[in-house]
Design a protein around this ligand. Structure first.
Ligand SMILES: [Zn+2]
Length: 181
């Protein structure tokens, strides 16, 4: 699988995670993927060195998230930084949620995990016929697509499984884009 946090892809800033965005270093890339599951703008590039990641974070006003406890000598200094202690990605996610008061229900599964861009609701379900398994097409009424890679998403069992794994509330399958009622 190719690295997902291409520096060239600049996601929209509107409507995502109350303006909190992140650069994660190579030690916490799985945490970065979990942040995208929550709909937050998180980027990484394992080819970049620490000072380059910090420059990226500073340039775009992102929080630099790292397990590296020795950042004092880094130049430039990170303007916004969060050091996570745990080596376990779910515990790391908890730490970021607590530090930045992230609401996991706000934008859960609204972002393409691969491209870090907001998903677009598919207005007419017929548009994805033939692009998903016929059983999925028959069972689901709401689909979303990624404007960059074109992948079609829906709220199936993987959503439930991921929510359980991350200890998050399972979204209502029947009303994916808005609260029930
Ligand atoms: Zn995508």
């Amino acid at each position: 699988m190719r690295p997902a946090g291409q520096a060239g892809v600049e996601p929209e800033r509107t409507g995502r995670g109350a303006g909190t965005s992140f650069v994660v270093d190579h030690m916490v890339i799985k945490l970065g993927k979990y942040l995208r599951v929550l709909g937050y703008d998180a980027v990484w590039d394992s080819r970049l060195r620490t000072h380059e990641l910090i420059q990226w974070a500073n340039r775009e006003g992102r929080v630099f998230v790292t397990r590296n406890g020795r950042l004092k000598d880094q130049y430039p200094a990170a303007q916004r930084v969060l050091q996570v202690v745990s080596s376990e990605p779910v515990a790391q996610l908890r730490a970021v949620q607590a530090a930045y008061h992230l609401d996991p229900r706000q934008a859960l599964f609204t972002c393409c995990i691969r491209c870090n861009v907001p998903l677009v609701p598919v207005g007419d379900k017929e548009a994805v016929r033939g692009r998903v398994h016929p059983r999925v097409f028959a069972r689901q009424s709401h689909f979303f697509s990624c404007p960059v890679c074109g992948t079609v998403f829906w709220r199936g069992s993987h959503v439930r499984n991921t929510c359980c794994k991350l200890g998050l509330p399972v979204p209502d399958d029947t009303a994916p884009a808005r609260p029930p009622g």
